[in-house]
Ligand binder design. Sequence first.
Ligand code: MD3
Ligand code: FE
Length: 217
Amino acid sequence: MTRDLFEAVADVRHSREAIADGAVLLRGFARPFESDVIAALHGIIVRAPFRRMFTPGGHQMSVAMTNCGSVGWVTDRTGYRYDGIDPNSGQPWPSMPAAFLKLAAQAAAEGGFEGFAPDACLVNCYEPAARMSLHQDKDERDFTAPIVSVSLGLPAIFLFGGPKRADKPHRYRLAHGDVVVWGGPSRLFFHGVAPLADGQHALMGRQRINLTFRKTR
Ligand code: MD3
Ligand code: FE
């Protein structure tokens, strides 16, 4: 790669690729934030450990999850919802770390969404073979705000469909440090993650962590 293919933002280089109307893939955008973000992540999982939740249909998810922010996404036999209380601890979710907010807001601005102020961050933890089936994110009240996703650790094949479940998904490899801003029409597109391939990542070990920043209200 030659340097002139990159823009200088936050004093570093990344690439940019429009992958759908309103969706921008910023490869490497999170790299300058990685040490602060990983440190903050440790603080979150001490207070709100990863857990594999159950869907309303009674299936246990292969992805382990936790949250930070004023609300967190939860699923159980009664349905999906955003809740201010971690059901495992009975306590509020850990607050959103400043390093998380900074990364999310800078990425959103880079994707054309100035002033993004997420109130929730869902943290997904994939071990080898964990996957996420095609779904839409529609439990939020405000679809005009984007969702910002940050990938850390092992690479994954992200499946990106269209507005209908039957739309054939495109496949994108998301690697450590990649950020995607999902706004506009793409905000409600079907998406999922193929079963994680085994591997070892220098900073994150044998797992993939995905942060999704959301404005839920
Ligand atoms: C496109 N997470 O948590 S991140 C999820 O890698 C989720 O853990 C996946 O889907 C993961 O809901 C994918 C990319 C992503 C997140 C939200 C989206 C893509 C999206 C919402 C709308 C459209
Ligand atoms: Fe999703």
